[in-house]
Design a binder for this molecule. Structure first.
Ligand SMILES: *[C@@H]1O[C@H](CO)[C@@H](O)[C@H](O)[C@H]1NC(C)=O
Length: 247
């Protein structure tokens, strides 16, 4: 057999195994989600812990206002919305002001200017909000996320005594255009497949897009400042919290 044949055969075997593993991960994920993540609407159980929502904002897209609005209509007894914008001239400031005006009864504040503590722009932007946060749980949640009224209840219900971090696995809403469709396919298949398979096999793997954390544990690890030196702050936060709870 020639070397070329050998290489091609090797490649074919490799491709076949990869194909099999991906399908296995896919089925495993579907079964896990069906069994564990399909629950009825979450009810607020007794005393819920207060939550400080931190929203890093930069720029405006056509969906920003309707996405953000879902956080003003959460069905949750005790939370505050801390909107953080780095730049005074950012058009996101107007969007925030509109919502603050529309929902005067929601405990919400706008922080402009950030605070430079490191190389990570998201952390710099969030610093003033974090310092002003008054509740024991902080929820860092990206600007592109939208939620249902019971999403926060669902997340805090998972925050039992031994848990330091709860994250959400996002999926993409229907939008127009090729890029949006591509993103929807990715977030409906490949992205959750790897996260759920990691979870099922016991690998700690966190998506930082929507993350609820215990503030005291984060503060023990040095607070938000400690993560400003990293670009992948979500990974390091998750690791620091896991390390602390494992002790
Ligand atoms: C997997 O997910 C469950 C909740 O569905 C969580 O309690 C558990 O800690 C996760 N495991 C890992 C290794 O992240």
């Amino acid at each position: 057999m020639s070397l070329l044949d050998l290489c091609l055969q090797g490649l074919a075997v490799f491709g076949f195994i990869l194909f099999g593993v991906l399908w296995l991960m896919h089925f495993m994920s579907i079964i896990y989600v069906r069994l564990h993540l399909h629950r009825k609407r979450s009810e607020v159980k007794g005393q819920m812990a207060g939550v400080s929502l931190l929203k890093p904002l930069k720029g405006v897209d056509p969906n920003l206002i309707s996405n953000l609005e879902t956080f003003f209509t959460l069905d949750y007894p005790k939370y505050e919305v801390l909107l953080c914008v780095q730049d005074q001239d950012d058009p996101a400031v107007d969007v925030c002001k509109k919502l603050l005006g529309k929902y005067p009864n929601v405990d919400a504040r706008l922080f402009i200017g950030g605070k430079k503590v490191g190389i990570n722009p998201k952390i710099n932007n969030l610093m003033p909000g974090y310092e002003g946060a008054k509740y024991g749980l902080v929820w860092i949640c990206d600007s592109g996320i939208r939620v249902k009224p019971d999403s926060l209840t669902d997340m805090t219900n998972q925050m039992t005594e031994k848990v330091g971090l709860v994250h959400g696995l996002p999926y993409v809403a229907d939008r127009q255009g090729f890029a949006a469709t591509l993103e929807q396919v990715y977030f409906g298949t490949s992205h959750p497949r790897s996260y759920i398979s990691a979870n099922v096999t016991g690998i700690k793997c966190v998506t930082g897009m929507s993350c609820l954390m215990r503030k005291d544990v984060l503060d023990q690890a040095g607070g938000l400042v400690a993560f400003a030196q990293y670009i992948a702050e979500d990974y390091f936060m998750a690791k620091a919290i896991a390390d602390r709870l494992a002790r």
